[in-house]
Design a protein around this ligand. Structure first.
Ligand code: BG6
Length: 491
């Protein structure tokens, strides 16, 4: 049985992620009894906060998340302590060890320690090695390290980070977060595929013509210009979230649902991505950057006028691409992906387009054929739609599209746990299935590095090339048109 009573140490406890996601998730787990009542949380950061100010911050985060906080708040907060910390000073780690020892005694915790890195990535490696050298990573219980993105900015830097981490923690002690893997409908991809005879039997190049994965955002870069301008959509979204969704769509059925089996199928799918040369990148990938535009009624500035963004920035805020998976199942089937900031709406969807029938009796020359579509709605609505053809009422010989909709969050929207809550729960249980294995990270960077090299070397871009509030640059439409396809509307 999983041994789940533990301490959680949050590095970066005064930061945004802790406040928006981690505290509310811990509270939910606590409320639902999914967190052992014997738990402790130590918030660690540079600022000189006290336990009181830290607890007040945690309480504020629950209020801000509009959570129903009940009479148990005081008890909940009593499990939280704060430690002002200098990540490069051994004394800080000794203080942390002492504090953890006290809390373990107070709450009857057998030494299980979860270290959550929710701060600037440049310190991940340093912290991990100090945790080991100063004995904070202890021998008594289990030790786990949760790592937030970005995991490097290219393959060499990711490798370096991984080596640093691996000197202190074993692969199965490292939990690399990709929060998309915590989303209900992303997890549902496997169930839809492997739990349904009607889909799995069609899931190949014999019946599928193309797959489209869209993750559009309506927000701009907000106050993250400094980070984002060095990252761009390719690193920020495609290398991780988009490729993870592709891997789940493309992988072979695992022999069982264990961490190792699922991950090894995903790794195989990522290994099958057709590599490109720098020269070929333009054939498969499109980049974009938003200019000024209107979002609803509101005029918004272009990317180059955002805070902390140079006015001649060549960073992409949009990327679309065509991925080919060169294996027996997928040969010839393009996987189109696109993601960007300041697009018409916030939406993540997967559209699986099936091939046309060999002969369509109901086709009229002047009417467009309607292929069958399976649409997986990831967010904001969660569900599945199936587009079929039915008889057009009152006519003969004419078909019309009909749509079967299943709305997941209409059924129990109140209970849909947040991605972070699920992932934290998994990590406490020691279940790494929905975290990315190092090999997945490495293969994703290997694929993406060619694209970023090509883009860095080719400075000839006509940015901005899409208006805020649109669905991206024309070139992204052309990418599909060349293959005789088009993007299916996301609304
Ligand atoms: C993060 C990116 O990983 O994912 C952000 O850094 C992006 O730039 C976010 O906005 C999108 O996540 P979600 O869950 O809102 O689709």
């Amino acid at each position: 049985e999983a041994n789940t009573n533990c301490s959680i140490v949050i590095f970066g406890a005064t930061g945004d992620l802790a406040k928006r996601k981690l505290f509310p998730s811990i509270y939910n787990l606590y409320r639902k009894g999914q967190l052992d009542s014997r738990f402790a949380v130590v918030g660690v950061a540079r600022r000189g906060w006290t336990d009181e100010s830290f607890r007040e911050n945690v309480a504020a985060s629950l209020r801000d998340s509009k959570m129903q906080v009940e009479g148990d708040l005081e008890d909940f907060l009593s499990h939280f302590r704060y430690l002002a910390f200098d990540v490069t000073n051994t004394a800080s780690y000794q203080d942390l060890n002492t504090l953890l020892g006290e809390m373990e005694q107070q709450f009857d915790i057998p030494g299980n320690r979860m270290f959550y890195m929710a701060m600037a990535p440049e310190f991940f490696g340093t912290i991990a090695s100090y945790l080991k050298s100063e004995g904070v990573k202890n021998e008594k219980g289990w030790n786990r390290l949760i790592i937030e993105k970005p995991f490097g900015r290219d393959l060499p830097s990711a490798q370096k980070l991984n080596e640093e981490l691996r000197q202190a923690f074993a692969e199965d002690e490292i939990y690399r977060i990709d929060h998309y893997l915590g989303k209900e409908m992303v997890q549902n991809i496997e169930v839809i595929r492997f739990g349904n005879a009607i889909f799995e039997s069609l899931w190949s190049n014999r019946y599928i013509s193309n797959i489209q994965v869209t993750s559009s955002e309506s927000l701009g870069v907000e106050d993250r210009g400094g980070y984002y301008d060095k990252s761009g959509a390719l690193r920020d979204m495609l290398q991780n979230h988009m490729l993870q969704m592709v891997a789940l769509l493309a992988m072979e059925p695992p022999i069982r649902l264990s961490t190792d089996e699922v991950r090894s199928e995903k790794i195989k799918a990522l290994r099958s991505l057709r590599p490109m040369t720098e020269e070929e990148v333009a054939k498969y990938f499109v980049r974009g950057q938003y200019g000024p535009g209107t979002m609803g009624e509101k005029e918004v500035p272009g990317y180059r006028s955002e805070g902390n963004v140079p006015e001649d920035s060549r960073t992409e805020t949009y990327v679309a691409g065509k991925l080919m998976i060169d294996n027996f199942r997928w040969a010839g089937v393009p996987f189109y992906v696109r993601t960007g900031k300041r697009m018409a709406e916030k939406s993540t969807k997967i559209v699986i387009q099936f091939k046309d029938l060999p002969m369509n009796l109901y086709d009229k020359a002047d009417e467009k054929k309607q292929p069958n579509l399976l649409i997986i709605h990831i967010q904001p609505d969660e569900g599945i739609s199936l587009v079929l053809n039915g008889k057009k009422m009152g006519t003969s010989g004419t078909a019309t599209p009909v749509k079967l909709d299943y709305c997941n969050n209409c059924v129990d929207s109140l209970n849909t746990p947040e991605a972070y809550e699920k992932l934290l729960y998994d990590a406490i249980q020691g279940d790494g299935t929905n975290f990315t294995h190092w090999d997945e990270v490495a293969l994703s960077w290997q694929f993406v590095d060619v694209i970023s090299k090509a883009w860095t070397n080719n400075t000839n871009v006509d940015f901005p090339n899409y208006a805020a509030g649109s669905m991206g640059p024309q070139a992204a439409d052309d990418l599909l048109a060349e293959d005789g396809f088009h993007w299916w509307p996301i609304a």
